[in-house]
Design a binder for this molecule. Structure first.
Ligand SMILES: [Zn+2]
Length: 511
């Protein structure tokens, strides 16, 4: 089956669907566009579709190929009807088969949206009152444009989008100009984490006209993300962030090539990821990932921009691969332990705080790519957004860091600290004593947990006001498995042998 084709005859979705069947595909999504009986408040009797076929097939074929590359789907096709169509007839069909449903939906949506915007197809509506008009053309749809066939005729064969990207407002800056714009077009940036920091970074870098943007995130969109990640919508909940982000950004700027990497950064993939880009923007929400990325950019000699947020405070640090420049480990030789200080899930955050820090990361990325080396000395910038104060701490290369000779990535082996269970009954059946370490206020507002035997708030354990009886076998449980993992690690360190953390916390077993 051709990736994109036209048909004078009624479309045959069953036949097309069979052509996309694939034993390796676990999901299939299809879109059908039908002729409806009204348009802009007018009653429609029938339609005519016309296309400038050679150009349209070329552009349509390109769209399908882009969808396959961008979303990693197995097969896709689009068939568009031309000629005279009656009410209720099928005007356009899109089908996608892929390993998983999320990419199938996303790619299907991408193809129909791009076909609507880019393929030179136009339609003539015949109204019940005997009148008729050309519609659905991008230029005709501009405000103030007369909907008549004559005005349409002079641009009907134009296949390009109505507007090209216009970078004139940034090119007007003497530090940018056309040379700077060309540097951006040739640049590639890896953004690690599409969360509160990553979303503004991705939006501004995509809008600025980079050549290639890598989006790494192994998570799916959650409803609780949206207040600080407004790139996503409520209908995206449950979908892979990297896939949704690439689709949304493609609508903002299709000049950019997006690498959608729906995976977690780990010791096993970080070097290959970092090596593939000119610059890394680190937007994860945990220290383990930040230090993993730090070591990888030091090894690969790539510049990187780090930021982190805690409640109303944010930190920003730029790493440049220079002899005299400090890395994260020069400042903090040991990675701070995740979980004992709250992350966004547990500590709370207002959306504009990571947004402000993410915008600063995007700014630093553009400065680096444009060669605007304004800052002679390295610093850590600390922003207090509650009191609107900003401190700059001078950061020095620590000669004992040896960071140019950082060994292969070393991550503590957390594998035997974490246990995953389908539900709490399964956890209990393993013979472990379940210990809920959430604070009392969390237990009042969150999921019911009456079945858990022990409640010992983390704060009282850390302050020494309570302790777990020694010799027991414990499964530590918190809301998302971050604090429980940190506590399990700490308890192992002080001699508890059989203490584990519930992977993903209560969120994972009540979902
Ligand atoms: Zn260092």
């Amino acid at each position: 089956m051709q990736p994109f084709s036209f048909s004078q005859q009624p479309l045959e979705p069953e036949r097309y669907r069979a052509a996309l069947s694939d034993a390796a595909a676990g999901g299939y999504a299809s879109f059908e566009g039908w002729v409806r009986d009204h348009s802009d408040g007018r009653r429609v009797q029938r339609l005519e579709y016309e296309a400038f076929e050679s150009l349209a097939i070329k552009e349509g074929t390109r769209i399908v190929a882009q969808a396959i590359e961008r979303f990693g789907i197995r097969r896709a096709a689009c068939v568009h009807r031309v000629g005279d169509l009656a009410i209720g007839e099928l005007a356009v069909w899109v089908g996608v088969s892929s390993a998983h449903r999320a990419e199938a939906f996303a790619a299907c949506r991408y193809i129909i949206d791009e076909v609507k915007h880019r393929v030179p197809i136009w339609k003539k509506e015949h109204y019940v009152d005997g009148d008729s008009g050309w519609v659905n053309c991008e230029r005709c749809a501009q405000p103030g444009h007369e909907h008549d066939a004559g005005a349409h005729a002079d641009h009907r064969h134009d296949a390009t989008p109505a507007f090209a990207h216009d970078y004139s407002r940034q090119m007007a800056l003497p530090q940018v100009g056309s040379a700077g714009q060309a540097r951006l077009r040739n640049a590639s940036v890896l953004v690690i984490g599409a969360g509160g920091l990553g979303v503004p970074v991705l939006q501004y870098l995509a809008a600025a006209g980079l050549g290639r943007l890598g989006i790494v995130d192994g998570d799916r969109v959650e409803a609780s993300n949206l207040h600080r990640q407004p790139l996503f919508g409520i209908e995206d909940v449950g979908q892979p962030k990297a896939v949704v982000a690439a689709a949304r950004l493609a609508r903002l700027n299709r000049d950019v090539r997006y690498d959608s990497l729906a995976e977690r950064v780990s010791a096993g993939n970080v070097d290959a990821l970092v090596a593939d880009y000119d610059l890394v923007v680190e937007c994860s929400d945990n220290f383990a990932t930040k230090f993993l990325v730090n070591d990888a950019v030091v090894r690969a000699r790539r510049p990187a921009i780090f930021a982190s947020v805690y409640q109303y405070e944010g930190q920003l640090q730029v790493y440049r691969p220079r002899e005299d420049w400090p890395c994260l480990r020069c400042l903090w030789p040991e990675a701070p332990q995740d979980g004992l200080v709250g992350n966004c899930a547990e500590a709370g955050v207002l959306g504009p705080v990571p947004a402000a820090l993410g915008a600063l990361q995007a700014m630093e990325a553009l400065k680096l790519l444009l060669g605007m080396q304004l800052e002679a000395l390295s610093s850590v910038h600390v922003f207090d957004l509650l009191n609107l104060q900003w401190r700059t701490l001078h950061a020095r290369r620590n000669v004992s860091c040896n960071h140019d000779r950082v060994a292969a990535a070393q991550q503590p082996d957390l594998a035997d600290l974490e246990l995953a269970f389908a539900d709490l009954d399964a956890a209990r059946a393993s013979g472990l004593t379940l210990v809920d370490i959430r604070e009392p206020w969390e237990r009042m507002t969150d999921a019911p947990d009456e079945s858990i035997e022990m409640h010992v708030p983390l704060s009282s354990l850390l302050e020494g006001r309570s302790a777990l009886p020694p010799g027991g076998r414990y499964l530590i449980i918190c809301a998302h498995g971050v604090r429980s993992l940190a506590l399990a690690e700490r308890l192992r360190g002080i001699g508890y042998r059989e203490v584990y953390s519930l992977r993903g916390g209560l969120a994972a077993v009540t979902a």
